[in-house]
Write a protein that binds this ligand. Sequence first.
Ligand SMILES: *[C@@H]1O[C@H](CO)[C@@H](O)[C@H](O)[C@H]1NC(C)=O
Ligand SMILES: *[C@@H]1O[C@H](CO)[C@@H](O)[C@H](O)[C@H]1NC(C)=O
Ligand SMILES: *[C@@H]1O[C@H](CO)[C@@H](O)[C@H](O)[C@H]1NC(C)=O
Ligand SMILES: *[C@@H]1O[C@H](CO)[C@@H](O)[C@H](O)[C@H]1NC(C)=O
Ligand SMILES: *[C@@H]1O[C@H](CO)[C@@H](O)[C@H](O)[C@H]1NC(C)=O
Ligand SMILES: *[C@@H]1O[C@H](CO)[C@@H](O)[C@H](O)[C@H]1NC(C)=O
Ligand SMILES: *[C@@H]1O[C@H](CO)[C@@H](O)[C@H](O)[C@H]1NC(C)=O
Ligand SMILES: *[C@@H]1O[C@H](CO)[C@@H](O)[C@H](O)[C@H]1NC(C)=O
Ligand SMILES: *[C@@H]1O[C@H](CO)[C@@H](O)[C@H](O)[C@H]1NC(C)=O
Ligand SMILES: *[C@@H]1O[C@H](CO)[C@@H](O)[C@H](O)[C@H]1NC(C)=O
Length: 456
Amino acid sequence: MEILFTPIHRFFLKFSSCTILLLFVLSYTSFTSTEAYDPLDPTGNITIKWDIMSWTPDGYVAVVTMYNFQKYRHIQAPGWSLGWVWSKKEVIWSMLGGQTTDQGDCSKYKGNIPHCCKKNPTVVDLLPGTPYNQQIANCCKGGVIASLVQDPANAASSFQLSVGAAGTTNKTVRVPKNFTLAAPGPGYTCGPAKIVKPTKFISADKRRVTQAMMTWNVTCTYSQFLAQKTPTCCVSLSSFYNSTIVPCPTCACGCQNNLTRSGSCVEANAPHLAQVVSASVQNSYTPLVQCTSHMCPVRVHWHVKLNYQEYWRVKVTITNFNYNMNYTQWNLVVQHPNFDNLTEIFSFNYESLTPYTAINDTAMLWGVKFYNDLLMQAGPAGNVQSELLFQKDMSTFTFERGWAFPRRIYFNGDNCVMPPPDSYPWLPNASTCRAISPVTVIVTFLSAVALLYGHA
Ligand SMILES: *[C@@H]1O[C@H](CO)[C@@H](O)[C@H](O)[C@H]1NC(C)=O
Ligand SMILES: *[C@@H]1O[C@H](CO)[C@@H](O)[C@H](O)[C@H]1NC(C)=O
Ligand SMILES: *[C@@H]1O[C@H](CO)[C@@H](O)[C@H](O)[C@H]1NC(C)=O
Ligand SMILES: *[C@@H]1O[C@H](CO)[C@@H](O)[C@H](O)[C@H]1NC(C)=O
Ligand SMILES: *[C@@H]1O[C@H](CO)[C@@H](O)[C@H](O)[C@H]1NC(C)=O
Ligand SMILES: *[C@@H]1O[C@H](CO)[C@@H](O)[C@H](O)[C@H]1NC(C)=O
Ligand SMILES: *[C@@H]1O[C@H](CO)[C@@H](O)[C@H](O)[C@H]1NC(C)=O
Ligand SMILES: *[C@@H]1O[C@H](CO)[C@@H](O)[C@H](O)[C@H]1NC(C)=O
Ligand SMILES: *[C@@H]1O[C@H](CO)[C@@H](O)[C@H](O)[C@H]1NC(C)=O
Ligand SMILES: *[C@@H]1O[C@H](CO)[C@@H](O)[C@H](O)[C@H]1NC(C)=O
C-alpha cells in the first residue's frame, strides 16, 4: 500500500475534496426526490402494444405485447399482471399465452362460454411448461420480463386474445381504458391507449410484409414513490485505510419495535425459522426480512480493498435479508467517477449506462448467467460478490473525503439508502474542509432526509 502526496497534491486534494463533499451532499439531496423521471433512464417505460390481427364476426383477435424499454428495471416473479376497463360490453372468448385471473359473470351466455366477462379483466402470464397449443411467441415465462440492457431478447412478453361483443371495423372498435400494470407490486402508471400506425410484420424469410388491421399503444412509467413508501435497499461502507465499518443507516427501510414506522421481522437464529419462512408466501411482493438495525431486504456493501500504484480495487457484496425472495436476474446501478476507467470486473457483467457522455460515471452490474445471477433468499447462500479494478485518474483520484465510495446505488432499479456523507471512513489525518462548515452539511443532510420521509 502506498499513498504518496506531495504538498501540491495536498493542496489540490484539499480543494477537490471540498468540491466532492459538496457534490455528495447535492447528489444525496437530488436522488431522494421521488419524481417518476429517472435521469439515468429518462425514456424508460413499458409500452403495451395491441395489434388487431383479424376481425371476427363479433369482434377481433389481437396480440398484446409488452415491451420493457427500461435499461435496468426488470419484472421478476411473481410477474406482471395487466388490467384495463372495456369501453363497451366486450368479452374475451379465448386466450393464448395468458389468462384472466377471474372469469366474472358469464351467466347470460349459453353453449359457448367466454373465457372472461368482466368489465375490468386482469391478465397474467402462463407458467413455463404450458402445453404448446396454448402458447404464442414471447409468452409463458410466469410474467418475468428482463431489462433492456441485461437481456434484450427476453425484454418482451405477449399474449393473444379473441374479443367478442366488440366493434368489427376500425371505425366501430373502442380502445380499452384505464390500463393498470402491476409488476409485481404497484409503481407503474399507464397513460391512455393511443391509436398508432398499424404494425408491419416481416416474414421470417423477409420476403413478405403483412400489417395489423389496427394498432394502439399504451405507455406505462415507473415511480419508486408509487412503488412503496419505504426503501428496499441500503449501502454500507468500509476501507482498508480505516477500521471503521459504516453500517447502513438505522431504520433505513423500517424500524424494529417502532410504532411510527413499524415493521415485522424474523430473528436469524429463531428456533422456528424454517417454519416461519415456509409458511410465508414465496417470492411474494411483501418482504419477510431478517431483523437488522436497517430492516432492509437488501444491503450492498462497498469495501475499498487495495491500493496499487496505478490501480485500486473494490469489493462489492450484495446480501439478501429477505426470507421470501430469491432475486432472479438482479442488477445494480452504481455511480462513481472512476467508472470511466474501470479496468476489470470479476464475476459480474458490466455495461456503462452513460457511455457517450463526458461524465461516464454510471455502470450497470449484474450476475453471470447460471453462476451468480440468482441472489438466494436470506441465509448462508444469500449473497453475491465481485471485485472491481479501477485505473487511477491521477487528476481526481484520492482516498480523502470518501471519494472512493459510490455516489449512488440502485438495486433492481430502486434507490439504496446511503449512509450520511459525513460518516464515511476517512483517511487518518484528513485535512478538514473549511469551505463548508459541518453545520451546513448537517442541515443539508437533514433536509434531504426530511425530503425523503416527507414524501413517504
Ligand atoms: C418509451 O420508450 C421508447 C424506447 O426507449 C421511446 O422510444 C418512447 O419514446 C418512450 N415513450 C414515452 C412515452 O416516453
Ligand atoms: C381504417 O381503415 C381504413 C381503410 O379500411 C383506413 O383508411 C383508415 O386509415 C383506418 N383508420 C385507422 C384509425 O386505422
Ligand atoms: C377510469 O379512470 C378515470 C380517471 O382516473 C376515472 O375517473 C374513472 O372512474 C375510471 N373508470 C373506471 C371504469 O374505472
Ligand atoms: C408503439 O409501440 C411500438 C412497440 O413498442 C413501437 O415500435 C411504436 O413506435 C409505438 N408507436 C408510437 C406511435 O409510439
Ligand atoms: C422510530 O422511527 C423514527 C423515524 O424513523 C425514529 O426517529 C425513532 O428514533 C425510532 N424509534 C425507535 C425506538 O427506534
Ligand atoms: C429459493 O430457491 C431455493 C432453491 O431453488 C428454494 O429451495 C427456495 O424455496 C426458494 N425460495 C423462495 C423464497 O422462493
Ligand atoms: C466509458 O467507460 C467504459 C468502461 O469503462 C469505456 O469502455 C468507454 O469507452 C467509456 N466512454 C467514454 C466516452 O469514455
Ligand atoms: C483512463 O485511462 C486511460 C489509460 O488507459 C487514460 O489515458 C485516460 O486519461 C483515463 N481517463 C480517465 C478519465 O481517467
Ligand atoms: C475513520 O473514519 C471515521 C469516520 O469518518 C472517523 O471518525 C475516524 O476518525 C477515522 N479513523 C481514523 C484513524 O482516522
Ligand atoms: C497526523 O498529523 C499529525 C500532526 O498533524 C502528525 O504528527 C502525525 O504524524 C500524522 N499521522 C499520520 C498517520 O499521518
